[in-house]
Structures are given as C-alpha cells and as structure tokens.
Design a protein around this ligand. Structure first.
Ligand code: KG4
Ligand code: ZN
Length: 347
C-alpha cells in the first residue's frame, strides 16, 4: 500500500509518501517540507495571507518531489491523505483543494485528517515494538497545547487544553521579547542549554517566574501570565541582555514544568501504560529529559514516546501515518466525491 499525504495547515508546505508492504509496518519513503520560516521571520510571526500565497506556489512542486523521491507513480497510490484542520483556513484550503483535485484526476480515495491526530501518529512511525494502550497524549505546538487520553487507535479524547496561548507560542513570544527572532523555541532552548551547561548541579532559579494553573486541579493550561511576567521582568532589568541565557533557562523551565506536571498527573489518574509527547515543542530536549525523569518516578513501568526529530514540527509523514493507522483498523475510506472540507477546530 502507498499513501500520498499533504499538509499545509500553517507555514510549511509538505508532502510525504508512506509505504506498507502487505499493509504492515509503515515506512516513510519521502518527506518533503518547503518551509516559509525565512519569509515570516522578518515579520516576527506567520502572516496568513503570505502563507496562503506561498502554499499555492509550492504545493505542486512539493507533491511532485515527494512522489519522485519515493519512486512511486500516481497509479500505484492506494489513497491520498490531507490535513483538513485545525489550522489557518487560507493555508488549509491549498492542501485540501490540491488533494481533492489529484484524487479526482487520479481517481483515488481521499482521506481528510485532523492535524492533531497527525502529530500524535508521528510518534508511531519507526516504533520498534507496539505501543501499549491506554496512553496519555501531550501535543504541544505553535498553535496547540492539548492533553488527551488515547484508549486505543483512533480514540483520542481531549481532557485539557490551553485557555490562552499555546506552549510554542509562549516560546515564540518570549523569544520575540528577548530579541531572538522567529520561531523562538529552538533559540530559547539553545541559550537555556548553554546556561545549564555552566553548572554541575541544576542551577537555582532566582528570577521568580510563576507556574500559572500548575495546581488548578484540571488539565488546562495558561501561559499568558507567564509571558507577561517575562515582559515586566525585562522592563525592570536594564541589564537583562547580559543574563539572556539565564532568562531563557528559567522561562523555559517554567513552561516545561507546567507541561510535565499536568501530563504526569493525567498519566497517574488514568493509570496509563504509555505517554506520547508530540508537536513542535516535543523537539525540546529538556522537555524530553524532564518528562522521562518525572514519569519514571511516578510509575517505573511507564514508557514515554517522542517522535523522531524530523516528525516533531509540521510535516506530511505524520498525516500519512495517521491515515495508515486509520486504514489499518478497518475504517472505510470515502470516494473523493464524498470527502468534504470540514474545518474542524477540535478532534
Ligand atoms: O508543530 P509545529 O511545527 O506547528 C504547529 O502545529 O503549530 O510547532 C511549531 C512550534 C513553534 O512554536 C516553535 O517555536 C516550537 O514548535 N519549537 C520548539 C522547539 N522546536 C520547535 N519549542 C521549544 N523547543 C524546541 N526545541
Ligand atoms: Zn502542527
């Protein structure tokens, strides 16, 4: 089976081809991403109209490249998968209409997938052993911060989410205040790591960042207060630039403590066998370290899964993976005529 997947929900135009011999063990044959980061970074964030225009320019070359790299002809495809939401509507439309047109031209079934489901399934690619259910899912990206339960394949239920900014947004907006450019996550993470490396023991935090809603008793998040506290601290500290690595470290610790605390609490309450962390922020090595450490203290048998680095930020391989597991559990695929553009904001 071969699946062509298309993802265009934000500022990456992406296409991938997945192969599964005898319909088992999915392998990614190609994973092409045309990033618009350089274009948007001059504005400090994604400009939806520019993203939409770039998708229109890039989508056909990206899809062609994915098929050529995979050495797969359109006639060999079993289905075309596409992200149908959530995301920027003007960006999603490019992928959706391209997928629909190709499905029509090549007479292939079309599978519309949720972007968050895609992020979750990124962690299922390249698994050595089957992941044990039930699981708790933490999906953290520039647009989402979600804790969900996953009882089995396809049964993802949100139990908590951010009430304001997403965790990735907290990184990006913090980085903007620290004049580190866009996207901010990797830049903040790098300076935070260089600060940590100066000490043998975990350094004591002295800047006093709050942990909003840490013990709120639910699985929701709020990052806007933390962001505001960074703003006020920088305003009050004329010499912040000399301590920028410390600011990055302590600000990052505050964001990650919130994510880890709530995820582990959910894992405990739902007595799960696995934790899956996914989305752009799951590329953060300190998050991986903290979540592993804390999860094992709570339950020594629990397994924590992260996607391979290439599948953390937006990509189409994760959409292909979600489509594969959907077909694998016997969900019938609709003919292209029946697949509607439903801009689903939630799972
Ligand atoms: O999943 P993604 O590509 O896009 C959305 O679906 O939103 O995530 C992008 C986000 C950005 O906010 C970026 O700053 C963040 O992921 N990110 C990171 C790291 N790498 C990317 N945040 C923290 N540490 C990182 N290493
Ligand atoms: Zn995403």
């Amino acid at each position: 089976m071969y699946i062509l997947a298309i993802e265009s929900s934000c500022d990456e135009t992406a296409a991938a081809v997945l192969s599964a011999k005898n319909n088992k063990k999915p392998t990614i044959l190609s994973n092409v991403i045309s990033s618009q980061i350089d274009i948007h970074s001059q504005y400090g964030g994604v400009i939806p109209e520019i993203a939409a225009r770039e998708h229109v320019l890039n989508i056909i070359p990206v899809v062609s490249e994915a098929l050529i790299k995979a050495k797969v002809k359109p006639s060999q495809l079993s289905a075309i998968a596409v992200t149908k939401g959530p995301g920027l509507i003007t960006s999603l439309i490019s992928g959706m209409e391209t997928a629909r047109t190709l499905a029509y031209a090549w007479n292939k079934p079309l599978i519309g997938l949720n972007h968050i489901e895609g992020h979750v399934y990124a962690a299922f690619l390249d698994l050595k052993k089957n992941l044990e259910f039930p699981a708790i899912v933490l999906t953290v990206s520039g647009g989402h911060t979600i804790i969900a339960t996953m009882k089995k394949h396809g049964e993802i239920k949100i139990i908590g989410e951010t009430r304001d900014d997403a965790a990735g947004e907290a990184f990006d907006k913090g980085a903007k205040m620290l004049k580190l450019g866009y996207p901010g996550g990797p830049a903040v993470a790098k300076l935070a790591a260089s600060y940590r490396d100066k000490f043998t023991e975990k350094p004591k935090e002295t800047l006093g960042f709050p942990r909003p809603m840490m013990h709120s008793g639910d699985y929701d998040f709020s990052f806007s207060g933390l962001k505001t506290s960074l703003l006020y601290k920088l305003k009050a500290d004329l010499k912040w630039e000399e301590k920028i690595d410390q600011y990055c470290y302590e600000y990052q610790e505050a964001i990650l403590d919130l994510l880890v605390e709530k995820t582990v609490k959910a894992a405990k309450e739902y007595k799960v066998a696995s934790i899956i962390a996914s989305g752009g922020v799951s590329a953060n090595l300190r998050l991986r370290e903290k979540l592993n450490d804390r999860a094992i203290i709570t339950n020594p048998h629990i397994k924590v899964y992260f996607p391979n680095m290439a599948y953390t930020t937006d990509n189409a391989a994760m959409i292909a993976a979600a489509a594969f597991f959907r077909l694998d559990r016997g969900v019938r695929i609709k003919p292209w005529q029946k697949e509607k553009v439903e801009l689903n904001l939630y799972l």
